[in-house]
Ligand binder design. Sequence first.
Ligand SMILES: [Zn+2]
Length: 453
Amino acid sequence: MRRFVQINYGPWDRLDDDAPFVEGIGPRPPGARFYPPDMTREEFERADLPGKSSLYTLIRRDAAGALTVLPYHQAYRPELERIAAKLREAASVATDAGFRRYLELRAQALLDDDYRPSDMAWMDMKTSPIDVVIGPIESYQDALFGTKTAYEAFVLVKDVAWSERLARFAQHLPALQRGLPVPDAYKREMPGTDADLNAYFALYYGGDANAGAKTIAINLPNDETVQLEKGSRRLQLENTMRAKFDAILVPIARELIAEDQQAQITFDAFFDNVMFHEVAHGLGIKNTLDGKGTVREALTDLASGYEEGKADILGLYMIGALGRLGELDADKLPDHYVTFLAGLFRSVRFGASSAHGQANMVAFNFLREAGAFSRDAASGRYRVDVERMRAAVDALSAKILTLQGDGDYAGAKALRDSLGRIEPELAGDLARLEQRRIPVDIVLTQGRAQLGL
Ligand SMILES: [Zn+2]
């Protein structure tokens, strides 16, 4: 139980809707410790307090019981001074000028809670092989208002070789856009070729980032002013993906993929699928053909599910197309298909209630109906048919791009309703994964433990 408390940074199971697992502890306070435990939403909304909705303040009670505001940089002063001193020490030995400037500004931000200058400097930093993401960043812990941020840190080393490959692939985006399997009207927008997308090895996760589930990607900054001026950066964490691949995806494949296709479950294919998913967000169409607005506005609550589903399937399309161009090893395409199918099992394991979960089910059922894979009734294992998969990837790509371009909400809803469900046969297969006790996430061995200290 002590170990599970350490993993969850508290007595509530983060992968089970915060269910308490320590006898008598009760439910998790929605406001965590950001607000007084007895404060109601109404009391907070009534209070006339400058800074109460800041991302970087705690709400406390004074001696008379009235609500007060306490800035993070005052509440955590001793710790923040130690961290700032360490960041400045790192800056003094940094050889990359952009990294040095970012570290200095970040140290200052921790001491005054003004993060914008350091976020700007982080976006300006393009060449450093080392990165440190640190500060109060995400607000998921505040289940009351979703505003208060929790401190976290990542220490990262860039995979320069992969990052250069990505930059090269990005140059093919205009040609890949022209090659999409849809009529010209659905591919008339030109994708940008300057996405700030890179691969990294994570050396350390701290605080919020290390509590419960481990992320495999970071997309920052959150400050929309910085986003408008400088864009945003996406960091894919390669060794964390590798750990999840080994501990979760491979055991799932051992259970559900045909024996003679096991060898096609490879980390390279898994990593490519994830990376090309990200690049594929840039393909397709952002505005509807009728000129009335964006796809997002037209598809409203279905928009993000379809956008994720599009990126999944166009990622596979890109891998095939780059193989034909000689940029990727075309012989490895079947690996990508088989590993993609195993990845679908991993994703739908947690149900089809989320937008992305439903998109995964639409893909699964669409590909199955197209004969891209089949299930052997005797063994309960699935086998990919490479030629049919190739055709089905084009067909599903065309289907999604057309729904998006037409801004066809009714059509999108009909497809989601007919294919977005987990059928009983698949539910039974997923239940086998539970019986085999295949893990749902990983924990990290790092810092002193990693060094055996
Ligand atoms: Zn995505």
